[in-house]
Ligand binder design. Structure first.
Ligand code: MN
Ligand code: MN
Length: 259
């Protein structure tokens, strides 16, 4: 059950309206990493969720995101307001000024309509929580960029609040994922193919004109990693045609030669 309270979650003041900035704000209203996308993603995941504790978490945060949508909408509306009457302001975004009457609508900053394609809903709770952690990180960085491009103290203040809440949510989703007690690479039920899962294919090699390097690091060496040098050049097979238990290129080349 939803209920609307006629009060913003965070009071919004705009000292100097800036229609062009209002347009940028729409990215967090009807954009891919915006508040409606967050609200819908978590709420619909929550609707599907069969884990009562984490269902509650998803509904709590999904609902808070709707309150964020209301804040961003209020903020954007105040910035867009001059478009209602001022020709120069209207030229900042004719779609908003002429078709929308200078108000907010569910578009991103480029005028693309909001779409459910933005949502990541898999029905697998741990996978969804990972998507949510990433979504919060994206929302955080978008708010940070908006803050960096904003001169208005009142607007900055509200954006700082919204940005902070995304980190709060990121912390909650991360704690919920960890509390499920799953191995970080245990996704779904079918185990990955032994051996193949630990092979790192060095598929980008050589040194680039701008100093690009062939790097080694914990993502391809140490622990269980087996580093497979340039599989495309080993004269036999692409990685996709390897069979379970196949040895990496150097050893396999030897095996073939002995046939
Ligand atoms: Mn939010
Ligand atoms: Mn959030």
């Amino acid at each position: 059950m939803y209920h609307h309270v006629k009060k913003l979650m965070y009071t919004v003041h705009v000292d100097t309206p800036d229609p062009r900035f209002g347009n940028m704000l729409l990215e967090q209203f009807g954009g891919a990493n915006g508040e409606l996308a967050a609200a819908m993603q978590y709420s619909i995941q929550g609707l599907n969720c069969e884990d009562p504790e984490r269902k509650d978490l998803l509904m709590d945060i999904g609902t808070e995101e709707l309150s964020h949508l209301e804040i961003v909408g209020a903020l954007a509306r105040l910035h867009l307001k001059p478009m209602k009457t001022d020709r120069d302001a209207a030229e900042a975004d004719p779609l908003i000024a002429i078709a929308g009457g200078g108000g907010v609508n569910l578009f991103n900053s480029m005028g693309d309509p909001w779409t459910a394609d933005y949502l990541k809903i898999t029905g697998e709770l741990d996978v969804d929580l990972r998507s949510n952690i990433a979504a919060e990180a994206r929302a955080k960085i978008v708010y940070e960029r908006l803050i960096n491009f904003c001169d208005d103290p009142g607007t900055k203040d509200a954006l700082q609040f919204l940005m902070t809440r995304e980190i709060t949510h990121m912390k909650a989703f991360t704690a919920a994922l960890v509390s499920m007690g799953k191995d970080p690479f245990e996704i779904g039920k079918i185990p990955p193919t032994p051996g193949l899962v630990d092979q790192f294919f060095n598929d980008s090699t050589g040194e680039g004109d701008d100093g690009e390097i062939d790097a080694r690091g914990p993502w391809n060496e140490g622990d269980d990693w087996e580093f497979v040098e340039a599989p495309a050049f080993d004269g036999s097979a692409t990685p996709a045609t390897r069979k379970p238990g196949d040895t990496p290129n150097s050893a396999r080349t030897k095996k073939r030669a002995s046939k």
